[in-house]
Design a protein around this ligand. Structure first.
Ligand SMILES: NC(=O)c1ccc[n+]([C@@H]2O[C@H](COP(=O)([O-])OP(=O)(O)OC[C@H]3O[C@@H](n4cnc5c(N)ncnc54)[C@H](OP(=O)(O)O)[C@@H]3O)[C@@H](O)[C@H]2O)c1
Length: 369
């Protein structure tokens, strides 16, 4: 296999094949033309401390050894420390020859203005001097004092993410929570900005600095159409088609899903071809992959996982395993991104990979028991 500086269909399929017999059927799934494990690793939480960085580095190595080849981050997570920790960990693993670049799918996000290492003493003064006065962001394109998605801003963010990650290509680049803009802009202006951002991301894909792009959200795909933060997935796909025709690289959405946040599966508020669908079904219908976040409700489901769901998964031991198995069993989900900075958690969280996901029938039955 020839060496590449990005995840490839062949490399990610070879990673899957390495785990034949060690993971169950249904663990590995498609994300665009790539293959990812249904349990990915997230890097959002934790203090801005070296010990947490070291924890993420150990966890990444452990996760890769247990069938997780999808790592998710964002430039602003832990003031760029998460991206830098991933960069160090991957470089060490590649040097050792333990894993190769082609088999790992790396996603990161841009939108929130990031800090370097720790928050500056005066955040507003920092944003003004580093972003507004330098002309990187026009003041009228900055939303909430902290979020932007103009081409010039995204170009700088991608450059910095590539440096932090020590990579030449980001496999999947998400616009991070664009509903921050949707909440304050008229719909037409919001989609004009989305189209400009998508057209720019198509150029970045052409240059090879990103593979695919996507939209990651907190509220947009869990909201009713009447909500100020609602974003139609069909409208996003239309924007990508306007930017690049049928060959666009808009490939994925990310949204929270867990036992306390089930809207992506249960709320049919996304219209596609005149039919009202859930966000996950709408994305699948439109040819997008779906990744889901916060499967453990940031740890809160570990103490108390709903009994009616747990009852249908008695073969699994811990609440973490049950919560992950529940999330990875939703039809249409490529990868469930589990936040973990402790390598022992990686071993536990990857154990559901050895079981087949619940069938749709078994999943629906959980709600009847
Ligand atoms: N809008 C967005 O784009 C968005 C929003 C939220 C999240 N995300 C992505 O989704 C990822 C997952 O969400 P999240 O990290 O917020 O929440 P989460 O995955 O629901 O929970 C992560 C927390 O659970 C703990 N944990 C993990 N496995 C455990 C285990 N087996 N036993 C005990 N504790 C365990 C972790 O601790 P340790 O660190 O100690 O392992 C961490 O504190 C994020 O990291 C991020 O990549 C995206």
């Amino acid at each position: 296999m020839s060496k590449s500086n990005r995840a490839t269909p062949e490399g990610t399929a070879a990673y899957r094949d390495r785990f034949q017999g060690k993971t169950a059927l249904g663990h590995f799934r498609a994300l665009g033309r790539l293959t990812v494990g249904s349990i990915g690793m997230g890097t959002y939480l934790g203090l801005h401390e070296d010990s947490v960085d070291a924890g993420y580095e150990r966890t990444l190595a452990e996760a890769l050894r247990h069938g997780c080849n999808h790592i998710d981050t964002a430039i602003n997570y832990r003031c760029m420390r998460s991206e830098k920790a991933i960069g160090r960990a991957l470089a060490a693993l590649f040097d050792e020859g333990a894993f190769s670049r082609e088999e790992i799918v790396l996603s990161t996000k841009g939108g929130y203005i990031p800090f370097d290492g720790e928050p500056p003493p005066n955040i507003r003064a920092f944003i003004r001097s580093a972003y507004i006065e330098t002309g990187i962001v026009d003041e009228d394109c900055l939303v909430g004092g902290c979020h932007a998605m103009t081409p010039r801003f995204l170009e700088r963010q991608i450059t910095r993410s590539l440096e932090n990650l020590r990579l030449e290509t980001i496999d999947l680049y998400y616009l991070h929570n664009p509903e921050v803009h949707r909440a304050v802009l008229p719909k037409a202006l919001f989609f004009e900005r989305i189209r400009r951002a998508f057209a720019f991301l198509e150029e970045e894909a052409e240059r090879g600095r990103i593979g695919y792009y996507g939209v990651s959200s907190w509220e947009a795909f869990r909201a009713e159409p009447s909500s100020p933060v609602y974003i139609s997935i069909q409208d996003l796909v239309n924007a990508a088609r306007e930017a690049a025709g049928g060959e666009h690289r808009f490939a994925a959405i990310q949204l929270p899903f867990n036992a306390a946040m089930m809207e992506g599966f249960a709320l049919t508020a996304q219209e596609v071809d005149g039919e009202n669908l859930s966000a996950i079904d709408a994305a699948s219908r439109l040819g997008l992959a779906v990744t889901t976040s916060v499967p453990l409700l940031q740890g809160r489901l570990l103490k108390r996982f709903p009994g009616f769901l747990a009852a249908g998964m008695r073969d699994l031991v811990s609440n973490a395993e049950k919560a992950i198995q529940f999330a990875r069993s939703v039809p249409g989900v490529s990868s469930v991104i589990v936040g973990m900075s402790n390598d022992l958690h990686a071993v536990e969280n990857l154990s559901p990979a050895r079981r087949r996901p619940l069938t749709e029938e078994e999943l629906l039955r959980l709600f009847e028991e």
